[in-house]
Design a protein around this ligand. Structure first.
Ligand code: SF4
Ligand code: SF4
Length: 174
């Protein structure tokens, strides 16, 4: 009987020790969206259609990204550039470029397949919409620039300085 009571007291003391340890630890809560969230460079988030330095679009409307996509969520319609109306350096450009974000699984196959590095999965994760049709991202939405203030990209060299569930702090390797 006394042995059981002592065992219980020890267990409670151990549990309280864990509580006290985290009571004085730095909170891990992130005040999103008032504070930016730090993501790692390898994190794959929302797509961005890239431009060249001169402003021309990298996309040439070849549809290789759509062919590579396992969920069939990319739709590309190509058109010819003209001297009067030029969007990309090549013969063709993407007149229509859409991604259905509700179907996307962020596998990155589209950016792997792209010959001009036009489509890139960047770091934005704030993809919630009130209307499901707003989750179909048009070319105008996807084109650069897209630099949301709620994201900061942290270096792969830094240590995670927040407690992780049940483990000691994790060191990230590039
Ligand atoms: S990340 Fe994957 S699922 Fe999403 S659009 Fe690209 S290929 Fe398709
Ligand atoms: S994003 Fe790349 S792969 Fe997709 S249509 Fe444009 S150029 Fe082709």
């Amino acid at each position: 009987m006394i042995k059981d009571v002592l065992k219980g007291v020890v267990q409670i003391a151990r549990a309280m020790g864990v509580t006290l340890k985290y009571f004085f630890a730095r909170p891990v809560t992130n005040e999103f969206p008032n504070e930016p969230v730090a993501v790692y460079p390898r994190f794959r988030g929302r797509h961005v259609l890239k431009r060249y330095d001169n402003g021309l679009e990298r996309c040439i409307g070849c549809s290789l990204c759509a062919a590579a996509c396992p969920t069939d969520c990319i739709y590309v319609e190509a058109a010819e550039n003209t001297d009067e109306e030029r969007y990309s350096p090549g013969e063709r450009y993407a007149k229509v470029y859409e991604i259905n974000m509700l179907r996307c699984i962020f596998c990155g196959y589209c950016e792997e397949a792209c010959p001009t590095e036009a489509i890139v999965l960047e770091h934005d994760f704030a993809l919630a919409e009130y209307n499901r049709w707003d989750a179909v991202y048009t070319k105008e939405r996807l084109l650069e620039p897209h630099a949301p203030s709620h994201i900061v990209v942290r270096s792969d060299e830094v240590f995670l300085d927040v407690p992780t569930w049940g483990k000691t702090n994790v060191k990230s390797k590039a």
